[in-house]
Design a protein around this ligand. Structure first.
Ligand SMILES: C[S@@+](CC[C@H](N)C(=O)[O-])C[C@H]1O[C@@H](n2cnc3c(N)ncnc32)[C@H](O)[C@@H]1O
Ligand SMILES: C[S@@+](CC[C@H](N)C(=O)[O-])C[C@H]1O[C@@H](n2cnc3c(N)ncnc32)[C@H](O)[C@@H]1O
Ligand code: SF4
Length: 373
């Protein structure tokens, strides 16, 4: 089982928090689609012949800037070069692109799951984030998608911004729950280097809430979404039963995936590669047949730590047998920490695996850090 990720590196405008790879020069889009088709041909032998691909994910940047025929051309190239047995085909859409017609076209092109980047329904916050859509468009986009026949919809939300009070966050959750969505991803706002927010923070502006306040918003979200029938199957991911993201779950389980496009990374089970993070240079390298990615072989320790970090962020946790395979003494080495975490209800274990409780999820990254080798 494996997946394929296609990175669409264009955005209409830069959001003030975002450090993902994208360019606002939209003129290169057609050339980019051709280059990505060519990259798939070049990576034809990446998976062994018996591996079939069950998930495909258009991420970005802003994949909803693609024309429907460009989506179809990229899917055709994937079908030409890989063994597809697709169950989940996701595309990230920004609300300002998602008219009813566009949603219908995407569905006809083969997309069966949309991830809509709402972030917040609050007009002032949307402006503060420099989003290209307003609150009304955010809600309309979801209704358009549902009307076009999408029955597997997810939205992205962000909490933890300085001006987001607990009351305002609760309102956001209610507005999200009033929509026909089966899945919600929610991220705490982080200030990333070289973004507008990083620049403002350096000048002394406070961008995010104190950790304690952020934790309160996280807890409130856990309670509210659980009550509404969502299961928190990963720290930032809540899904109704049957609607967990298969693509992302496979990442978190350490399964291989192919990454196509500038800034995309891929993993074959041992080695990871990262593609050039520059649109014109990537297109040029693909055309000229010069290197467009760098390989990175993870040390045994890095593989182990990454498995601990991603595993503990999910409800599946990490299996004892996998831990033993990666490091025969890991459990003894961390016995004291594990005991303490269990006694304080941050962690549970059985004969097969260890996993974090909802209370442990709040501290997942720092708990994993204590369990690094
Ligand atoms: C890279 S974006 C791509 C999706 C799409 N272009 C959009 O903006 O909706 C994926 C998601 O990552 C989250 N994200 C990006 N930067 C973030 C940051 N600095 N802090 C928290 N979440 C962030 C946002 O929720 C966003 O929807
Ligand atoms: C922050 S997550 C949002 C998940 C989404 N809300 C969902 O549940 O389907 C997705 C983002 O991670 C990044 N991403 C995922 N896989 C990637 C890969 N293989 N290479 C590069 N970036 C990747 C992309 O920027 C993408 O927009
Ligand atoms: S959050 Fe989405 S739309 Fe905004 S800059 Fe990042 S990728 Fe582009």
């Amino acid at each position: 089982m494996a997946g394929i990720y296609l990175h669409i590196p264009f955005c209409k405008q830069a959001c003030h928090y975002c450090d993902f790879h994208f360019s606002t020069q939209l003129g290169h889009q057609a050339a980019m689609v051709e280059a990505m088709r060519r990259e798939m041909a070049l990576r034809k032998g990446f998976f062994s012949p018996e591996v079939s691909l069950e998930t495909l994910y258009f991420g970005g940047g802003t994949p909803s800037l693609l024309e429907p025929d460009e989506v179809a051309r990229l899917l055709d190239a994937a079908a030409a070069h890989f063994r597809l047995n697709l169950k989940e085909v996701t595309l990230e859409a920004n609300p300002d692109d998602l008219s009813l017609e566009k949603a219908r076209q995407l569905r006809a092109a083969g997309i069966n799951r949309l991830s809509i980047g709402i972030q917040t329904f609050d007009g002032a916050l949307l402006q503060y984030f420099n989003r290209a859509h307003n609150a009304e468009e955010a809600e309309r986009a979801v209704w358009n998608a549902a009307e076009a026949g999408f029955d597997n919809l997810t939205i992205d939300l962000m909490y933890g911004a300085r001006s987001l009070s607990l009351k305002l966050w609760e309102e956001q959750l209610e507005r999200a729950l009033a929509l026909p969505v089966q899945h919600i991803s929610a991220y705490s706002l982080t200030v990333e280097a070289k973004t507008v927010f990083a620049h403002r923070e350096k000048k002394g502006d406070a961008i995010t809430l104190e950790e304690e306040e952020q934790a309160k918003q996280f807890e409130r979200m856990q309670e509210r979404l659980q009550a509404a029938g969502f299961i928190q199957y990963e720290v930032a991911s809540f899904g109704k039963p049957g609607f967990f993201s298969q693509h992302n779950s496979n990442y978190w389980k350490g399964l291989p995936y192919l990454g196509i496009g500038p800034g995309a990374h891929g993993f074959d089970g041992k080695k990871r590669y990262s593609n050039l993070r520059n649109n014109p240079l990537y297109i040029k390298a693909i055309r000229e047949g010069t290197p467009f990615s760098e390989d990175e072989t993870l040390t045994a320790e890095e593989v182990l730590n990454e498995r601990v970090l991603t595993g503990l962020r999910t409800i599946w946790g990490i299996s004892r047998s996998e831990l033993e395979m990666l490091h025969p003494n890991w459990l003894q080495l961390h016995a004291q920490t594990l005991d303490w975490l269990r006694q304080n209800a941050y962690l549970e274990e059985n004969e097969d695996r260890i996993w974090l409780t909802p209370k442990g999820f709040i501290l997942a990254d720092s708990i994993a850090f204590q369990l690094f080798t």
